[in-house]
Design a protein around this ligand. Structure first.
Ligand code: AMP
Ligand code: ZN
Length: 510
């Protein structure tokens, strides 16, 4: 088997063949840091994390690059509306950079809480404006630009493949749809590469450029930074499906307009997290994209405030395939929480059967390809790894991968040590932190147990009963049931009742 991915360019599942054998360069569009990420945005990063972890599992070296948009993104993706960063800065009486720092930190806090591996390169737009200027110069030299109204535009009619990612037809576009009335544009789908004069007279951050002092359009940052860190031709580019018709379409026009050759081989897009607007809509099954502009968004913190663990949300997302819409509801979150908790408790039980909590006391980081090696595994365990691998190779099918872990922890035909080994390996991709969570669960249980042990100092009879109850526990462990029953009966005749609980045996006087 080999990794197969759905390529939006061409709209079909294809075998993945990297440009350089054994190495994958990929770029995911990062957040615009003008507000907290909502949990819909976070779906995009859990998906990217699944790709990242899968590549390591399958034995690839990888370089994962993500941008931070801290300049140039307007409320509409096609150059219309207000500047997102500037708007928040004005509302909060802060500088754009202060706003960017605050929300960038908040974003990485969310990423960490979701156990998402940080990208290998995180690059900020404001730190790469010179790279953008150099790229725009190349686009200009190739005849794709024009100045109008003080801004530099990309003329989409000069790039014959414009719209191929989204299957847009330029003739239809020209004749029909209007995306905005911008008198400066020759064609409605032209877009800004460099703003000098715009509606934002008070733009806080500006740079000198061959086209005058100003600032870059939104799309150019991704072309410039991805090429800087991954080269002019790389393997995979990702983002949410909303980026297909405008942002990614324009990124391709810019990048290929500058270099004259193919830029990205595989385009992967995650579907939306959707949510019902209100109770009535929920009851009739109507849902819409979660977004800040619809005002229907939730943050990770709001889930935590309601008592969920961030990993419950990760579990919820992985239960759906990234190319399918996923419907958010509190019932679905409850069910994810219950299933994740059950999984963690099963791992804890496995550890107890495999020699106690100590078997959870190390965390293993697998090197590339190590977790999917099957040489030292039993036939049964090997089957699990192969099924798990096949699920991921089938366009990153996390629901099937997740069910492989759930089955492996319940499979009594596997030795507990072996099930634990499978959990460690599979969790290197699923990322639910199962071993650590199980260790925490056992530690918590131990704490509760200790707290529930009554203080019997000064009560010799109670101490004697404690000793007998402890002896009964040991007898049961040694399968000496005769002695265990004898103790129970002896105590019972003295009016002492023993109850076995998950936290151990407790007794009371009747
Ligand atoms: P932004 O910060 O607005 O650039 O968005 C960050 C990422 O989240 C982009 O890849 C978007 O496509 C993605 N995204 C936005 N809304 C949703 C949603 N409701 N569900 C899934 N992904 C989304
Ligand atoms: Zn982008």
């Amino acid at each position: 088997m080999a990794l197969r991915l759905y390529n939006t360019m061409g709209r079909k599942i294809e075998e993945f063949v990297p440009i350089h054998e054994g190495f994958v360069g990929f770029y995911g569009c990062g957040p615009t840091v003008y507000n907290y990420a909502h949990i819909g945005n976070l779906r995009a990063y859990v998906f990217l994390d699944t790709l990242d972890r899968t590549l390591t599992f399958l034995g690839y070296d990888k370089k994962h690059v993500m941008n931070i948009t801290d300049i140039g993104h307007l409320t509409g993706d096609a150059d219309e509306g207000e500047d997102k960063m500037l708007k928040t800065a004005q509302e909060r009486h802060q500088s754009v950079l202060e706003v960017a720092k605050f929300y960038t930190d908040a974003f990485f806090n969310d990423i960490d809480r979701l156990n998402i591996i940080r990208p290998d390169v995180v690059c900020k737009a404001t730190e790469h404006v010179q790279d953008m200027i150099e790229l725009i110069k190349r686009i200009e030299a190739n005849g794709h630009t024009y100045m109008s109204g003080g801004n530099l535009y990309y003329d989409v009619t000069t790039y014959p493949d414009y719209g191929k990612l989204a299957n847009l037809n330029l003739d239809d576009l020209k004749a029909g749809a209007r995306i905005e009335v911008d008198q400066n544009k020759r064609n409605p789908y032209d877009f800004v590469l460099w703003f000098t004069k715009s509606k934002f007279e008070n733009q806080a951050l500006t740079w000198d450029s061959p086209w005058g002092r100003g600032y870059p359009g939104w799309h150019i940052e991704c072309s410039a930074m991805s090429m800087k860190y991954l080269g002019e031709h790389f393997d995979i580019h990702t983002g949410g499906i909303d980026h297909i018709p405008i942002h990614h379409t324009n990124e391709i026009a810019q990048s290929e307009g500058a270099t004259g050759h193919k830029w990205v081989n595989y385009w992967l897009h995650n579907e939306f997290l959707v949510i019902a607007k209100d109770k009535k809509a929920a009851e009739s099954g109507q849902a819409e994209k979660m977004s800040k502009s619809h005002g229907n968004f939730l943050t990770l913190q709001s889930l935590i405030d309601k008592g969920y663990n961030p990993l419950d949300y990760r579990f919820f997302l992985l239960g759906g395939h990234y190319r399918k819409q996923i419907y958010f509801s509190w019932d679905a979150m409850d069910s994810a929480k219950n299933s994740r908790t059950a999984l963690v408790q099963r791992v804890a039980r496995l550890a107890q059967n495999a020699g106690g909590a100590d078997s959870l006391n190390y965390s293993k980081i697998y090197s590339k390809g190590e977790a999917c090696k099957t040489e030292n595994l039993s036939e049964k365990a090997k089957e699990y790894i192969e099924k798990f691998q096949a699920a991921l190779e089938n366009d990153l099918s996390t629901p099937v991968a997740l069910s492989c872990i759930q089955k492996a922890v319940k499979d009594g035909s596997l030795k507990p040590e072996e099930s634990l080994e499978l959990v460690r390996r599979m969790d290197s991709v699923i990322g639910l932190n199962l071993v650590k969570s199980a260790a925490d669960f056992l530690a918590e249980q131990e704490k509760e147990k200790k707290a529930s042990v009554p203080d019997h100092s000064g009560d010799p009879e109670a101490q004697e009963i404690d000793a007998l109850v402890a002896e009964r526990v040991e007898a049961k462990k040694a399968k000496n049931f005769a002695r265990a029953d004898e103790i129970r009966n002896m105590l019972s005749s003295r009016g002492i009742i023993i109850t076995d609980t998950p936290n151990g045996a407790v007794w009371k006087r009747s």
